[in-house]
Design a binder for this molecule. Structure first.
Ligand SMILES: [Zn+2]
Length: 726
């Protein structure tokens, strides 16, 4: 629903790991930067860890106990009832800019930390989680751990990563065998074998990942997709504007410096060759908005068929190197494949070698000499992200654990310390209230036929909910973490992750699996499993506060739950049935009526212009915007049901309906550097935070009456212009 701060791995550069790729599938997020799951992220603006007992010991949750005006005895984290009234800017008319009305003083009073590209609810939540995870990892570091235990893995991975002087002392020696292997390549077939090596993570014009077959959700298949670019989106290579030319110039300079660092005497000419090659790849890529389409990106193929349709790239050798053999494939951007394959064959081996070397060094920069890492940060952190300084090493160490192979090992310790069962029980209750409200809305719409409604009810009733943490943790017995070997640990983790993916093939899909970790501030909808998931770390203020007023909680976590439920019925999610299977289950007339509404919503977002000359892409962000609008509508209905006809109290002069909408606005607090905003607009399916508020509320009649919005207000839409889906 909102971007997850990708700060974790992006402290140096965006990671291209499995986690990100799967996240993109779950969220339909087509690119890496800034886009993770169908997220909603937790927060604690103050950044302090949740108080262990007092603050979390489950009181009777406020969410349904609205009959009394009395607030819970314990104080909520924000303001007196869960919303930070002091952060509002009442000089702004709510009808002109509701986001600024709700958050304006907070925005003025805060600034973005130098090591971050954004700052707001999401990032503060991530920061709190990182501090908590650090505390549990450091306990393992202090303990004596037998080799081969998770405690040892965590302690030694973290300690080795933090020991920069040991890393510096080794220089490039740990990378030498891999650079030599690249250097030894003589043919394109050698190049392809390198591209398939899990212990040599680099780039290639294609990438693969093992994921649920959306037409047979009981099994996994190998997805093949376009890849090979380092900048956030193809447009970064293709746009003629001065700022993009400048970014490309700096990118090329970075490549030259990184290659020169590794002793490449042709660093400068190789750098221009790599940018030229990636520009050719970019020209062949599908545009980002097209990559969301679930129908056109579902193209089952065998290896032999792919070899025939996209000749020039040795598919079998590549898939063999990855260990996939004859596993069934689903090709995503099918029409790009023959062109990319031809480009592969037409490009000299020497160019691919330089390309592989650069991307390998960048991928491993965190565990190579700090001078190299600083060079990498200079481009990826400063130029692309707008950050002025790198996050402290310990923070990056925690992120390395959280988002890397060992995420579950840390997560298990994190939930034992920081998660209370009461939050789970209360969220479960809220989900059921939202489900009931959604069912009522589906029943009430006039544009859907009874047959499609029946199927929609069936799908809604079948949505599974996962809350807090997984029932089963990952088994790390095959992952060897060696003290003092940061570089080797990183590559062994990469190999382990690849093996973990491969192991899914040929087995029934495990519906208990989690595709994120509980310490990440995330909620997602995983369409082929027809499930929604809320991590332990997201069930914190201001998303969820057991001591907050019900209206605020319904506007915040209620909106998030509604958003995730809504993804099951967004422009792409609606193509999957109750079992998560991609198949038509809507009547033609219903599809058309739905499309008329969602087209109108896309057209509204197309008009928003967050940066001069750069507008929101209504098609790219449509799924998220439908999730927002549907989600908040459902949450509002659920709030009204919870009131059960009784009047809501007035708190600090604010009515229940007003507090509901303010709760939604509060979780969208965000400051963003222009660079990060530009990346988001161009590559992320989530609309910038401001429009996640303003773009939604202006379509809800209840918001007009709650704040007395009138014609002439900037956000005002005449009743017939408002989009009502549910
Ligand atoms: Zn979402």
């Amino acid at each position: 629903m909102s971007k997850e701060s990708n700060e974790a791995r992006a402290t140096v550069r965006p990671s291209l790991g499995y986690f990100e790729r799967v996240s993109r599938i779950l969220d339909q997020a087509p690119t890496v930067v800034g886009a993770l799951l169908s997220v909603l992220v937790s927060c604690a603006s103050c950044g302090s860890p949740p108080a262990p007992a007092a603050a979390q010991q489950g009181k009777a949750p406020a969410s349904n106990s609205v009959s009394s005006a009395a607030l819970p005895a314990e104080r909520p984290k924000f303001g007196t009832f869960g919303f930070d009234v002091a952060g509002m800017d009442r000089s702004v008319k709510p009808g002109d800019d509701f986001h600024a009305y709700a958050n304006g003083r907070w925005i003025r009073a805060n600034s973005i930390p130098p090591d971050r590209a954004d700052w707001g609810t999401f990032e503060a939540g991530a920061e709190a989680s990182i501090a908590n995870v650090r505390s549990v990892i450091e306990e393992q570091v202090r303990a004596k751990n037998a080799h081969g235990t998770n405690a040892q893995r965590l302690a030694d991975a973290y300690t080795a990563y933090l020991d920069v002087s040991a890393i510096d002392a080794k220089g490039l020696a740990p990378a030498k065998p891999y650079l030599d292997a690249i250097d030894a390549a003589k043919s394109l077939s050698d190049v392809v074998k390198l591209m398939g090596r899990a212990d040599l993570p680099s780039n290639a014009p294609f990438s693969t990942f093992v994921w649920i077959d959306t037409k047979n959700t009981d099994r996994f298949v190998v997805f093949v997709e376009q890849s090979g670019l380092e900048l956030p989106d193809r447009d970064f290579y293709l746009k003629k504007d001065a700022q993009f030319q400048e970014t490309r110039k700096k990118y090329q300079a970075n490549i030259a410096k990184v290659l020169a660092f590794a002793g490449d005497v042709n660093a400068s000419s190789n750098a221009s060759a790599i940018v030229a090659l990636e520009t050719q790849i970019a020209e062949l890529h599908w545009p980002v908005a097209d990559r969301r389409n679930r129908d056109t990106t579902y193209n089952p193929r065998t290896v032999a068929e792919l070899e025939k349709e996209a000749p020039g790239f040795p598919w079998r050798a590549y898939l063999d190197a990855l260990g996939y053999g004859e596993a069934p494939l689903v090709v995503k951007e099918l029409s790009a494949m023959p062109k990319l394959a031809r480009l592969f064959a037409a490009t000299p081996v020497a160019k691919w070698k330089a390309y592989l070397e650069y991307h390998f060094l960048v991928n491993q920069a965190e565990v190579l000499p700090s001078a190299l890492e600083a060079e990498v940060f200079d481009f990826y952190g400063k130029t692309l992200g707008g950050k002025s300084q790198q996050a402290e090493r310990w923070k990056r160490g925690v992120a390395m654990i959280n988002d890397g192979a060992l995420g579950d090992a840390a997560g298990e310790l994190y939930v034992a310390r920081f998660f209370k069962a009461s939050a789970k029980a209360e969220t479960e209750r809220l989900v059921e209230n939202l489900r009931k409200a959604f069912a009522g809305r589906i029943q009430g719409v006039d544009w859907m036929t009874p047959e499609t409604k029946r199927a929609a009810h069936e799908k809604l009733a079948a949505v599974r909910t996962k809350i807090g943490y997984p029932d089963k943790w990952k088994d790390y017995s095959a992952l060897d973490i060696v003290p003092g070997d940061a570089f080797g640990n990183s590559l062994r983790a990469s190999v382990w992750e690849q093996a973990e993916q491969r192991a899914r093939l040929g087995k029934p899909s495990d519906r208990a699996a989690w595709y994120t970790t509980p310490q990440r501030v995330v909620a997602y909808n995983n369409p082929p499993f027809n499930e929604i998931l809320f991590t332990a770390a997201i069930l914190q203020p201001p998303f969820f506060d057991p001591n907050a007023d019900a209206a605020v909680n319904y506007g915040a976590i209620g909106g998030v739950i509604g958003h995730e439920l809504g993804h099951g019925f967004d422009d792409q999610g609606a193509k999957l049935d109750a079992r998560g299977v991609l198949r038509p289950w809507w009547s033609k007339g219903d599809v058309d009526a739905f499309k008329a509404r969602t087209d109108a919503l896309a057209a509204q977002y197309d008009t928003f212009e967050p940066l001069p000359g750069l507008k929101v892409n209504g098609r790219l962000t449509l799924g998220e915007n439908i999730g927002d609008l549907g989600g908040l509508t459902i949450a509002y209905t659920a709030y009204k049901l919870a009131l059960d006809g009784k009047p809501a109290p007035v708190l600090d002069g604010l009515t229940g309906d007003q507090r509901f909408f303010l709760g939604w606005a509060q979780i969208h607090r965000s400051l963003q550097r222009d660079e990060a905003l530009r990346n988001q607009i161009m590559s992320d399916p989530h609309s910038p935070a401001k429009y996640g508020v303003n773009g939604v509320v202006r379509n809800m009649d209840a918001w007009y009456s709650a704040f007395d919005i009138k014609p002439g207000d900037a956000l005002y839409l005449a009743p017939n212009e408002r989009v009502h889906i549910w």
